[in-house]
Design a protein around this ligand. Structure first.
Ligand SMILES: Cc1cc2nc3c(=O)[nH]c(=O)nc-3n(C[C@H](O)[C@H](O)[C@H](O)COP(=O)(O)O)c2cc1C
Length: 197
């Protein structure tokens, strides 16, 4: 494994599980608020119709810490939506190279297209972000040539979807020259433990 630079003062989370969990939650919150955070663009893994894994980059749009619920936006016509409708179990992978931290969140996704959750997310979206949902044809279909960029910020509402991922398992890995740390946090029932890195 790669290691972090010269050893400095050990942060509290190096030897305190609760502090490590707080650190993980703080990084998730920053991933939403700070577009330059590497946690802003995690990898979402789903299960394909053939049972195989599917992974892609998404933008982390929201995090409700109390509910352990992450919010993502996507096109309802995309493969990931069909995959999640069929199998709601999903995993989110986040990696911060500067901090040498990896999170792996596992849970179940719910899809929101016509409800208040989707309405609120659409209302809060900028026109620039809305444009992509008016793209034709549907994402992932073969096209004879690259299509023009979609320009209509309103036409995409019907194909706009919110994915909420409520996680009940969080694995935190922190690489440090003075000693790597790996911890597992679960809920329902709530538990935490160190893991051998
Ligand atoms: C930096 C970056 C951010 C992305 N953000 C999103 C996103 O928030 N939602 C989304 O559906 N796709 C996003 N994509 C595109 C996906 O990675 C993927 O190509 C697309 O959603 C189709 O995936 P699917 O066919 O597995 O559904 C992003 C891609 C990149 C490179």
């Amino acid at each position: 494994m790669p290691t972090q630079g010269p050893p400095g003062p050990r942060p509290a989370f190096a030897d305190d599980l609760a502090a490590a969990r707080r650190e993980a939650f703080a990084l998730l919150a920053r991933g939403v608020a700070d577009r330059r955070s590497p946690f802003h663009t995690p990898t979402l893994a789903t299960v394909g119709a053939d049972g195989g894994p599917r992974a892609r980059t998404v933008v982390l749009r929201g995090f409700a810490a109390e509910e352990r619920c992450l919010r993502l936006h996507t096109d309802a016509r995309s493969a990931k939506v069909a995959e999640l409708a069929r199998e709601s179990r999903a995993e989110l992978h986040l990696y911060d190279a500067a901090r040498q931290v990896q999170l792996r969140l596992r849970g179940r996704a719910t899809l929101h297209q016509t409800d208040a959750v989707a309405d609120a997310a659409w209302a809060a979206s900028r026109p620039f972000s809305r444009q992509i949902y008016s793209a034709q044809p549907a994402p992932g279909l073969p096209v004879p040539a690259p299509p023009p960029a979609p320009r209509d910020p309103e036409a995409g509402r019907a194909d706009f979807a919110v994915v909420q991922l409520r996680f009940d398992r969080l694995e935190w890995l922190w690489l440090c020259a003075a000693g790597h740390r790996r911890a597992l946090f679960t809920w329902e029932p709530e538990a935490m433990t160190w893991l051998a890195p």
